[in-house]
Design a binder for this molecule. Structure first.
Ligand code: NAD
Length: 499
């Protein structure tokens, strides 16, 4: 938890002077047509700022700047050690501006200040540092060929990488996408989500302050279906690194096909199973993880453990402990109060969407042992109370669709193989959790579950070495990890005739 007070954060918010223009070629600028959009504080409905709204012309300008910077070699051919130094300074500057980033993300999307200041921003800075450290570890190879030839494979940057990010972890997602692309020597154009446009502008400014050349890191805010689409269709963009919903992820692949066959890495949604076997070692610990896995960040987490598969022998005890733990741990309130553990949902649309799923669960006859009306005092914000459904079957809408809010479903099962079958009976495949004292059973289940990330006797643990991405319709890229630098490069085979 942050050691600063509500008064401290409120004072910063009241005196906010956030940059709102686009960032192109190392400078802030208005949108070419002068358009703006409002960014709204989801905790109270107030307008935070009017933000420059880019369209195709601004994307063209940003891509031209990124392309010129790439071609000039000012970043792409910089000695690895020098590029590392700049990226390391960039990481330090993000760390030093922790409060500014934490505040912008809390105000824009309703995240609690405790989470943004102690988790999101330190982790964002750490992401840049990790990728800085990869720069002089990138290697090509010499292959074992016939005597009369020398064959080597070199790795080269792609060119301009377009990064399109969601609102649920604004600074962190921007860093997951841009830092590996920059480390590989590319130039980037970042299009943040409309709901959280502010922190990306500070990020790009600090890159230049750290010594990053102008044109290498550009930010264009604007509507997804206009600015995002123009970026994804652009012929001078070599790759789109996308995180967001799978509907839009699929559009990215269509846009690539309609334009220049650019590479697409899509990190999309999830409906992750969290499995509790009857022999789990400690029920209290497992329940604590179950509660955090669905309610942290208001449930607006791609890897949220939203389908709780609980063995029938421990079902009733689990439900009772879950409800009691959730009531102790998650309380909705002002995101700028360091004691608040759950903020509002990102916007009215998302609140209504989540409320519609809750109504659907009730209409299906499920029990709702947790979930109340929001108090009148918070009615101006987009709040939804932590909610739990029991008596759920895996074919129900609430068990199949990504709700992206604080709503958990408990589905009972009788055997390990039934649990795996239920776990895999979904279009998604991002993450899964297994709790069992029998590591043999847990390993067999981990092998058989179709998910890119499996946690055993924990949930949401990990570090930068862990590839982050999904199976099936949860996408196909891998964020974090050394591989994601390599995914921002292409190999070139050079065959020399020595005869
Ligand atoms: P979204 O798909 O609505 O938007 C994501 C981004 O795409 C935004 O920047 C948006 O402006 C842009 N966009 C929208 N329409 C576009 C179009 N036609 N062309 C180009 N760009 C367009 O997603 P969201 O609501 O911002 O984020 C929530 C989703 O993100 C959830 O599904 C969540 O699971 C997913 N997510 C996945 C991961 C992961 O690592 N797999 C991480 C975080 C969030």
């Amino acid at each position: 938890m942050t050691d600063k007070t509500t008064a401290y954060w409120t004072h910063l918010a009241d005196n906010l002077q956030a940059e709102t223009r686009l960032f192109i070629d190392g400078q802030f600028c208005n949108a070419i047509n002068g358009a703006t959009f409002e960014t709204i504080n989801p905790a109270n409905g107030n307008i935070i700022a009017e933000v420059a709204s880019g369209d195709e012309a601004d994307i063209n300008k940003a891509v031209a700047s990124a392309k010129a910077a790439f071609k000039s070699g000012v970043w792409s051919t910089m000695a690895p050690r020098d590029r590392m130094d700049i990226m390391e300074r960039f990481a330090s500057l993000v760390d030093q501006h922790n409060d500014a980033f934490a505040l912008l993300d809390s105000l824009d999307m309703g995240k609690t200040i405790s989470e943004t200041s102690t988790i999101d921003i330190p982790f964002a800075a750490h992401t840049i540092k990790y990728f800085a450290e990869t720069i002089d570890k990138i290697e090509g190879k010499v292959t074992n060929t016939e005597h009369s030839a020398l064959h080597y494979v070199r790795r080269q940057a792609l060119g301009v990488v377009g990064c399109i990010t969601p609102w649920n972890y604004p600074t962190m997602m921007a860093c997951w996408k841009t830092a590996p692309a920059l480390a590989a020597g590319n130039s980037v154009v970042l299009k943040p989500a409309e709901q959280s446009p502010l922190s990306a502008l500070l990020l790009a400014k600090l890159f230049v302050e750290a010594g990053g050349p102008p044109g290498v890191f550009n930010v264009v805010n604007g509507p997804g279906e206009i600015a995002g689409k123009a970026l994804a269709l652009h012929h001078d963009v070599a790759k789109i690194a996308f995180t967001g919903s799978n509907e839009v992820g699929k559009l990215m692949m269509i846009y690539a096909g309609q334009s220049n066959m650019k590479q697409v890495a899509a990190e999309t949604g999830g409906k992750s199973p969290h499995i509790f076997m009857p022999d789990l070692a400690c029920m209290d610990t497992a329940v604590e993880y179950a509660v955090n896995a669905i309610y942290a960040n208001q449930g607006e987490v791609c890897s949220a453990g939203s389908r709780l598969l609980v063995h029938q022998d421990i079902h009733d005890e689990f439900v009772e402990k879950f409800v009691s733990r959730a009531k102790q741990s998650y309380c909705i309130g002002n995101p700028l109060d360091p004691a608040t553990t759950m903020g509002p949902l990102v916007d009215k649309k998302q609140q209504q969407r989540v409320q519609a799923y809750i109504s659907a669960g009730l209409a299906l006859g499920c029990n709702m042992p947790l979930g109340n009306a929001v108090p009148e005092s918070l009615s101006a914000g987009n709040y939804v109370q932590p909610t739990l459904f029991t008596g759920v079957t895996n074919d129900m809408t609430i068990a199949r669709e990504e709700i992206f809010g604080p709503v958990a479903c408990i589905i009972p099962f009788a055997t390990a193989s039934e649990a795996v079958e239920l776990a895999n009976d979904t279009d998604y495949g991002l993450a899964a959790g297994i709790w069992s004292a029998d590591l043999n059973t847990a390993n067999i289940m981990a092998r058989d579950i179709d998910a890119g990330i499996v946690w055993v006797n924990c949930y949401d643990h990990g570090d930068m070495t862990q590839p982050w991405g999904g199976f099936k319709q949860s996408g196909h890229g891998r964020d974090k990890c050394f591989d994601s630098v390599l995914q921002n490069m292409q190999s070139k085979s050079v065959w020399l005739n020595l005869a």
